[in-house]
Design a protein. Structure first.
Length: 211
């Protein structure tokens, strides 16, 4: 999907046993505006990623819900799980205060959960609601999320990269990306240091991030 990334990629057989391993979460070397500048990030997106994402003309809101091991693995769940339903019940109404929404589309690696839990968007908010099938794979899902003009993300690097691409595709619309302040309990303040400060951020939810 991204051919120019090959020159930045180290193959497994090139990694030596004695090479130092670093964790992006534990070492926190992905802090927006500290470990890299916004200009540096946008230049990377333009040179390495953007050709895979044609812009679209749609006023629907795309929601990217991360499930997977954030909820199925008890160790990972203890670090990253949040009450997604409570978060979206805060985020969706706030998106509506910006301007009208034509429809809502959900992309997720846990579509069964989303279909079972997010029907209130249609019944209570009176918004046309659809779900990605997932049949086309992760690359197609990423393209759907990244090219959305209006985006609600969860605490997922998949989501964050989609937001970064969005910012380059649609300059000046950073506030159309909504994200939770929470990222991981493995950090002292639990805060998502990857967020563009110009995004719209949900700082807290009823019951708190630990509910």
């Amino acid at each position: 999907m991204f051919p120019t990334l090959a020159e930045l990629t180290v193959r497994r057989e090139e990694v030596r046993y004695t090479d130092v391993r670093r964790s992006a979460v534990a070492d926190s070397y992905g802090r927006f505006g500290e470990d890299f500048s916004e200009a540096h990030l946008e230049d990377f997106v333009r040179r390495r990623l953007l050709e895979a994402f044609p812009p679209v003309d749609s006023d629907r809101v795309v929601i990217n819900v991360r499930r997977g091991d954030h909820y199925s693995d008890h160790t990972v769940r203890g670090l990253f799980a949040l009450d997604v339903d409570a978060y979206l019940r805060v985020a969706v109404p706030r998106v509506l205060t910006q301007r009208p929404v034509s429809a809502v589309h959900v992309v997720s690696d846990g579509l069964d959960w989303c279909r079972a839990r997010l029907g209130w968007i249609e019944t209570e908010m009176q918004l046309p609601l659809s779900f990605a099938t997932g049949a086309q794979g992760a690359a197609a899902d990423l393209a759907t999320v990244a090219t959305a003009r209006r985006l609600i993300v969860t605490n997922s690097t998949f989501s964050y990269w989609a937001g970064y691409v969005h910012d380059v595709l649609y300059p000046g619309t950073h506030a159309d990306v909504w994200a939770p302040r929470f990222f991981s309990r493995g950090q002292d303040d639990w805060s998502a240091w990857q967020l563009n400060p110009r995004w719209s951020v949900v700082e807290d939810i009823p019951g708190g991030w630990n509910s």
